[in-house]
Design a protein around this ligand. Structure first.
Ligand code: HEC
Length: 131
């Protein structure tokens, strides 16, 4: 192996290590982290639309959650986190509870079409794990 090739290899190895250290991709082939604007937008949407029911820390204890039956679940529950796929989380955000056979109290959000914003919202839900 030539020196040039070896240094190229170690550079990409370093880049991969740095990337995974940032937590943007822990599985090989995982999609890149959404851009910062999408994350900011998702945080804004979460505060405005989701916290009333799901609570600021995703515990399902938002101010509007009292009368809901079933109540929004606790997103910090690791067992629940393991039981759902990323695609499912994105889907219920888009189509609402009724669209996936869950409570119709979980509203659909047909206006959120940007895939990066949807991914960032999904990451937000994932981020409550264990918190
Ligand atoms: C009006 C109250 C309300 C709002 C607003 C709301 N949700 Fe929900 N959500 C619920 C309820 C209730 C459920 C539980 C449905 C069930 O278990 O049948 C739910 C379920 C979910 C689930 C799936 C949980 C499971 O058990 O499968 C996710 C993920 C979710 N909501 C995310 C969000 C996000 C993200 C937002 C904001 C864009 C949002 N929700 C806005 C009430 C709400």
């Amino acid at each position: 192996m030539t020196f040039r090739l070896r240094s190229l290899l170690s550079t990409s190895l370093l880049a991969a290590t740095l990337l995974s250290a940032c937590g943007s991709s822990d599985a090989p082939g995982a999609p890149a982290a959404p851009p910062p604007e999408a994350i900011a937008k998702a945080n804004e949407i979460f505060v405005q639309r989701c916290t009333p029911c799901h609570g600021a820390s995703g515990h399902g204890d938002g101010t509007a959650s009292g009368t809901l039956d079933p109540k929004p679940r606790n997103f910090s529950d690791p067992t629940w986190q393991k039981s759902v796929t990323d695609d499912y989380i994105v889907k219920i955000i888009k189509v609402g509870g009724a669209g996936v056979g869950k409570s119709a109290a979980m509203p659909s959000n047909p206006d959120i079409r940007n895939a990066d914003v949807l991914a960032a919202l999904k990451n937000k839900v994932r981020g409550f794990a264990g918190k």
